[in-house]
Every structure is written in structure tokens, then in C-alpha cells.
Design a protein around this ligand. Structure first.
Ligand code: ATP
Ligand code: MG
Length: 561
């Protein structure tokens, strides 16, 4: 990993509870001073900002403690998984700035070993083949307050179980005909300990093992053992796995292998969006969004396309910290992080989204003046650029009011404003469409002595507006985004509704904007600040002929119209 690629940790930050555990383990010499974590996605969808949190946490700990972090695909369900997802996951982890080096692993690489582990359990009388259907198994599991019923197949002999399990592997039974179950305790208060299923029959090709297998380990049977095989010291996962931990530990102990320590933290929830892969897949499949990388999606590829940077996402992950209790993070915090990052690095340009034509009556007809504009006031080394200025300009419609009421410091009849990096102008008259009454153009005069550096340039005027020269401006498609959902927590739908009912019909608005000509050479994912409006990123659809920009985030906590 590049040294300067990861934002330095906030100095003086106190340890989070996971770091405390790790440091205690290092002090006591557990694991021989090793720290080894992993990020274990199931390749059944694209990664989202919640996964980014987990990636930053796992790789961050690896880095902080001079340890290692594996990328491991928990690919135990061939029905839902695909190489498309594997590829996207690798791309996203890399893009976030993390490096698993040569440690790219797959649970499917361990299928033979896992099969052997299952045989160990069978030989110890700790697992059995059960012929009950999935429905029967769930009906006999009982409830948290009522014990389950033992399977009539629970007391098969070891030999019979070994024989049946090998026939399951040989493909002699159809899907669902038999399962292998751990033999633990049907009256355990922990439902996950009530003879959980550890293997099932699925006659489906796997994206890596092809048709080698028709029995597949359940996630719980693969995950902990994979951690153990890889000698993971701290297996960090989200809170819903806390109730799985006794089973995780039970398996490791009964099989008799290296024991990683599972530690749970609260998953990241973000307001105004959904995060479950199933729901994100539904949004894609039902075309509520244009794809996994639709800039409104909370996916990493969506955020990337929108114009988010890895630095902003890492900073966000760091800022929210690690919690033990579920909570919802305000999406404004994510937006704050990207604003902060782009403020430091995005060049400023001028672009007008809702044009109103200004004519400077006293400006020579064919004159074009090159005005000097500062690229980034936060970063003097970004230099200056030339912006053409001419007789006809566009300003934002909302920066002019014919009959201003109260405090309106922008352009209105008889009033002066400054045009950024150019002159002070004064509004002289308004020309309207005789039929609609709509303002067609606003006539102004400019004061030639107010160009920057000139004696009058410091004259006090209250408003400063952005502008573009009509004949030099480039037309661009501008995509403006609002929240994907209209409510903070769309998962929490009221009776008779689903999260789909809360989709925001106005989450995408497409406009034609007029941008200064310096942007001509931009490339996809280039980032700019459109002065006074927000940060914009060049979309993948953009070409030299048809520029397309995504609004990453507005300058302030409001949306451009
Ligand atoms: P689903 O979205 O359907 O619940 P998943 O997100 O759990 O699935 P995995 O591929 O199993 O999908 O997740 C990989 C890793 O990312 C796991 O360790 C998981 O705990 C972690 N993770 C998933 N969602 C979040 C989240 N919102 N916040 C933090 N970590 C997460
Ligand atoms: Mg999961």
C-alpha cells in the first residue's frame, strides 16, 4: 500500500474497543504477536458504503499493527454468486486504496478441507445426515422459548452417516433430499445451536469449482473454518453474527483447529438509503436505477461514478468510528467528508445551470477579454486560468430579481454586482417577451475601471456572481441528484408498504448547463467546483462533443435547482 494513500489517523484519537482487544492480545503474547484480519465478502452483489466501512476497518487494523489482511470470498452459494461480483469487489477494494497482496482467497478453495472437517464431526458423533425437508427442519426447531424436537435421523450410526454423506457428495440425491446437520442441542436457548444445517445438496455449477461439487457448506460452516485455515487472529464481523459466535467457537473446538477470535461491531446504516444487497439488487433489476453504479446508489461503484473519492470515504469511515450498538449515520456526514476533500483539490470553474442573458451595452461588440481566474484559492499552486469575457453573458436566473424584496444583494434594476474575476456591472433595463412576459435579457453597463488590479476594483458591492460568455460557453448535460428515498429510514416501512414506496421520484434531474471553455479537455471522473453551486464530476458518458457532469454534492447543504 502506498504510504501516502491512507489518511493518517486522527492524532490523539483514543483506541476503539477492537483496538483495545488487539492491543491486549499483543501484550499477552497471544497469536505470537501476529495481527491478521480479513475482509470476507460473499460475491453475490456489489459492495456498498457499509462494506467500505468494514474494508477500512479490517485493512486499517492490518496496517496499524503491522499485520496482514486477506481478501476472502465466502463463495458457498453457487445459486447467487457470480464472477461479475468477484471482479467488481476486487476493483472496489483496490480503488479504496487497499492491497491484499498475494492473499486473495476463496472459501471454495477449501471445499475439500471443509468436507474433511465434516467427516471429523461425523466420526466424533457430532454430525448426522438428516432426511427431513427444509420446512420440517424449521418447524421442528422450536422457538426461543420452546425447545425444538429431535430429528428421527439424529441417532444414525457413524458408519451410516459417513456412507450417506459420501453418497450425497457423489450426487446420488436430488436437491433438498438430505442435509448434514451438526449434533448439538435441540433445547439450547440459542437457536443457532439447535442442530444447525452444515451441508446441503445443490446441483448447480459453481463459478469457480464448476460441477466438482453438488454439496455445499453453509456459510456458518465455511466462514469460521476458513478464518482458521488462514490463521486469522481477529475475525471482525457485524453484530448480527454475535448469536452465531457460540456455533463458530463450537465448530473450531470440535474439529480441533486454530481458534481465531470473532469480534462483532455495529453495521453502518446510512439515512435516506438502503444497504441490503438484496434490496440494491431489486432496485437494479426493476430498473428503479440505471445500474449498480447509478450515482444515486450507496454502492462503492455508484459513489465513485457520482464523484466521491477514496480519501473522502476513508475519512468518513474513520470519523464514524466503531460502535457496539446499531445506529444510523446521517448522510450529511458523508457529504461533509466529500466537500472537505474536494474543497482542497477541485479546480474552480464557472458554469450556469439556469441561464439568464445579460447584455453589456457599453462593451465593444466584438471584443473578447481574457480574464484571469484563480483555479483554487485553497491551493495557490493550482495557478490561474484565462476565462473569456464578452458583451453577452449568462448568469443564473435566480441571481436576478426585477422587484427584489428584503435583503437581495444580487442583480436588480439600478443595482451593482461584481462578476467574479471580471468587472462590476450595473443593471440598466429589462427586456421581456411581449406575450409571455418572461424576462428575455437584462441590459447592463460595465465599469471598465473595476477589473481586478485596477484602482476601482476594490469598490464595495454586496454581491458577486458567476457567469459565462454566451459565445464561448460549452453546453453540457448536468445531472443533479437528490436523495434516493424520501424518508430517513426506508427499511422501516409502515404497514402495507415497502421501501420501494419511499423512492424519491425527483432523485434525478437532467439539465443543460453552460460551462466556461476551460473544461473542454475533461475526462471521466475529473472533479471540478462550479463556483457558487457545488462539486461536479465528469460522468463515464461524457465525450469531447457531449460533456456530461454529475453533481457530487452542493457547496452548502442545499441542492442546486
Ligand atoms: P447483506 O447486505 O445482504 O446483509 P452482507 O452485506 O452481509 O449481505 P457480505 O458480503 O457477507 O454481505 O459482507 C462482507 C463483510 O462486510 C462482512 O464482514 C459484513 O459483516 C460486512 N458488512 C456488510 N454490511 C456492512 C455494513 N452495513 N456495515 C459494516 N460492515 C458491513
Ligand atoms: Mg453477510
Amino acid at each position: 500500500m502506498e504510504e501516502n494513500n491512507t489518511k493518517d489517523e486522527i492524532p490523539g484519537r483514543s483506541l476503539n474497543f477492537i483496538e483495545e482487544i488487539i492491543e491486549e492480545d499483543l501484550r499477552s503474547g497471544k497469536n505470537g504477536n501476529r495481527v491478521h484480519t480479513r475482509f470476507p465478502p460473499e460475491p453475490n452483489g456489489y459492495l456498498h458504503i457499509g462494506h467500505a466501512k468494514s474494508i477500512c476497518l479490517n485493512f486499517g487494523l492490518g496496517k496499524k499493527y503491522n499485520g496482514k489482511t486477506n481478501l476472502r470470498f465466502d463463495d458457498t452459494n453457487p445459486v447467487k454468486e457470480d464472477v461479475e461480483y468477484v471482479d467488481s469487489i476486487k476493483e472496489d477494494v483496490k480503488w479504496l486504496g487497499f492491497d491484499w497482496e498475494d492473499r486473495e482467497f476463496y472459501a471454495s478453495d477449501y471445499f475439500e478441507q471443509l468436507y474433511e472437517f465434516a467427516l471429523i464431526l461425523i466420526r466424533k458423533g457430532k454430525a448426522y445426515v438428516c432426511d427431513m425437508s427444509a420446512d420440517e427442519i424449521s418447524e421442528t426447531r422450536g422457538t426461543p422459548t420452546r425447545p425444538g424436537k429431535e430429528s428421527p435421523f439424529r441417532n444414525r450410526t457413524v458408519d451410516e452417516n459417513i456412507d450417506l454423506f459420501s453418497h450425497m457428495r457423489a450426487g446420488e440425491f436430488p436437491d433438498g433430499a438430505k442435509v448434514l446437520r451438526a449434533k448439538i442441542d435441540m433445547s439450547s436457548p440459542n437457536m443457532h445451536m439447535r442442530d444447525p444445517i452444515i451441508y446441503r445438496i445443490i446441483h448447480t455449477s459453481h463459478h469457480r469449482t464448476g460441477d466438482t461439487w453438488c454439496i455445499y457448506p453453509m456459510y456458518d460452516f465455511a466462514h469460521g473454518q476458513s478464518d482458521s485455515i488462514e490463521k486469522i487472529t481477529h475475525s471482525i464481523c457485524t453484530l448480527e453474527f454475535e448469536v452465531h459466535r457460540p456455533f463458530y467457537d463450537w465448530l473450531i473446538q470440535e474439529i480441533g483447529i486454530y481458534a481465531p477470535r470473532q469480534i462483532e461491531f455495529a453495521r453502518l446504516n446510512l439515512s435516506y438509503t438502503v444497504m441490503s444487497k438484496r434490496k440494491l439488487l431489486e432496485l437494479v433489476q426493476n430498473k428503479f436505477v440505471s445500474g449498480w453504479d447509478d450515482p444515486r446508489m450507496p454502492t462503492i461503484c455508484g459513489l465513485r461514478r457520482r464523484g466521491y473519492t477514496p480519501e473522502a470515504i476513508r475519512n468518513f469511515a474513520d470519523t464514524i468510528g466503531v460502535a457496539k450498538r446499531d445506529n444510523v449515520i446521517d448522510i450529511n456526514l458523508l457529504e461533509f467528508c466529500i466537500r472537505e476533500d474536494l474543497n482542497a483539490r477541485a479546480s474552480r470553474v464557472m458554469g450556469v445551470l439556469n441561464p439568464l442573458k445579460i447584455v453589456l451595452d457599453n462593451f465593444p461588440e466584438d471584443l473578447v477579454e481574457e480574464m484571469e481566474a484563480v483555479n483554487n484559492p485553497e491551493n495557490p499552486s493550482a495557478g490561474i486560468r484565462k476565462v473569456p469575457f464578452s458583451k453577452e453573458l449568462y448568469i443564473e436566473e435566480e441571481d436576478f430579481m426585477e422587484n427584489p424584496q428584503g435583503k437581495f444583494f444580487r442583480l436588480s434594476p439600478g443595482k451593482e454586482v461584481r462578476l467574479r474575476s471580471a468587472y462590476i456591472i450595473k443593471c440598466e433595463s429589462v427586456i421581456k417577451d411581449p406575450i409571455s412576459g418572461r424576462i428575455r435579457e437584462v441590459h447592463c453597463t460595465y465599469d471598465p475601471l473595476t477589473k481586478s488590479g485596477m484602482p476601482e476594483s476594490n469598490r464595495k458591492v454586496k454581491g458577486t456572481l458567476h457567469w459565462v460568455s454566451v459565445k464561448h460557453a460549452l453546453k453540457a448535460e448536468i445531472r443533479l441528484y437528490d436523495r434516493l428515498f424520501t424518508v430517513e429510514n426506508p427499511d422501516n416501512a409502515e404497514e402495507g408498504k415497502t421501501y420501494i414506496d419511499y423512492l424519491n421520484p425527483d432523485s434525478l434531474q437532467v439539465k443543460t448547463g453552460y460551462i466556461e471553455p476551460s473544461v473542454k479537455q475533461v475526462l471521466p471522473l475529473d472533479k471540478l467546483q462550479f463556483e457558487r453551486l457545488g462539486y461536479f464530476s465528469v460522468d463515464y458518458d461524457s465525450t469531447a462533443e457531449n460533456l456530461v457532469f454529475n453533481c457530487v454534492v452542493t457547496l452548502k447543504d442545499k441542492r442546486p435547482k
